[in-house]
Structures are given as structure tokens and as C-alpha cells.
Design a protein around this ligand. Structure first.
Ligand code: FES
Ligand code: FES
Length: 169
């Protein structure tokens, strides 16, 4: 095994919202910092940097994870999705994003990418959640502005609409 010299960086490659990306990362670099500062996708936000606030939530191979708790090198070969990939390519917002907009489910918006990425995975797996289940699913995402009621309303509305869309297909 070859030991890395201090400051030496690894090449890291993965798909970001279906596009291949790559860059160099020191072994200790967080995935959050790699996505924001090396790749330049700044929609993923950084709050606590130790797994508490959920602001940095992204999807890795479909699973919602905190990117501040992953090293960039651990993302090698993975399928990464961030808030930039939630809208359609033509810029039209997803059902979930539209529900947030209609329900005033954000104020400063700092927490919003994390809430949306958490819910994107949760609603895929749980299409008909109760209010309590939504609150539990969002218990790892902190918002300092909204009081949460509008976020829960938006999530329930999005779930209803997604069920109706699925039934119409
Ligand atoms: S910045 Fe990752 S959980 Fe807070
Ligand atoms: S909208 Fe400001 S922190 Fe959630």
C-alpha cells in the first residue's frame, strides 16, 4: 500500500444529477465541500457540519444522506443527486417544489434543499404518509424560520398530488 504524501489529492469521479463529474480531493475533504467548492454546485447548504441540521442532505444511490458526514473519496463511482437535479431539465419545478412554493414552506430558504432532498426519498418510499409520519421523517431537518407547519402541509399536499399523478398514468 502506498501512503499519500501530505497535501496529495485523490481523483474522485461520480455522477451528479446524471452528469459525470470529477475532481481532486484530499482524503479528509468532506463531500459537501467537494460538491460545493470543487464541482461548483452550491445548492447543497452547510449548517452544522456534524450531522445535526440536515441542511446538507443529498441522495447517494437513491438514499438521503448528510453530505457533511461523508468524505468526498467515499463518493467514488456513486450516483449523487442534489437539489439542482430536482427540477426538470427545462427548469420546471417538481411537484414537491411547487407544493413548497404554494404553501409558503420557506422563509430564508437556507434549510430548504435539505428538506426537499429528504422528502424526495421519503415520498418515493412512503407515498401515503400521515401528518405524524411526515413529522417523524423530517425530524432530522432543522428550520429556524417557518415553525414547520407549512413544510408539513406542503409535504402532505405533494404526496396527494404525486399519488394522483401516479393513478393517472
Ligand atoms: S451541515 Fe450536515 S447535517 Fe448540518
Ligand atoms: S426557511 Fe429559514 S431556516 Fe428554514
Amino acid at each position: 500500500m502506498r501512503l499519500l504524501k501530505q497535501g496529495e489529492r485523490h481523483r474522485v469521479r461520480f455522477t451528479l444529477n446524471s452528469e459525470p463529474v470529477e475532481g481532486l480531493a484530499e482524503p479528509r475533504m468532506l463531500l459537501t465541500d467537494f460538491i460545493r467548492h470543487v464541482i461548483g454546485a452550491t445548492g447543497t447548504h452547510v449548517g452544522c457540519e456534524h450531522g445535526i441540521c440536515g441542511a446538507c442532505t443529498i441522495r447517494v444511490d437513491g438514499k438521503a444522506v448528510r453530505s457533511c458526514l461523508m468524505l468526498a473519496v467515499q463518493a467514488e463511482g456513486k450516483r449523487i443527486e442534489t437539489i439542482e437535479g430536482l427540477a426538470a431539465k427545462d427548469g420546471s419545478l417538481s411537484t414537491l417544489q411547487l407544493a413548497f412554493h404554494r404553501n409558503f414552506a420557506l422563509q430564508c430558504g437556507y434549510c430548504t434543499p435539505g428538506f426537499l432532498m429528504t422528502l424526495a426519498e421519503y415520498l418515493e418510499k412512503h407515498p401515503d404518509p400521515s401528518e405524524q409520519e411526515i413529522r417523524l421523517a423530517l425530524s432530522g431537518n432543522l428550520c429556524r424560520c417557518t415553525g414547520y407547519a407549512e413544510i408539513v402541509d406542503a409535504a402532505l399536499e405533494a404526496a396527494r398530488e404525486m399519488r394522483a399523478q401516479a393513478a393517472a398514468e
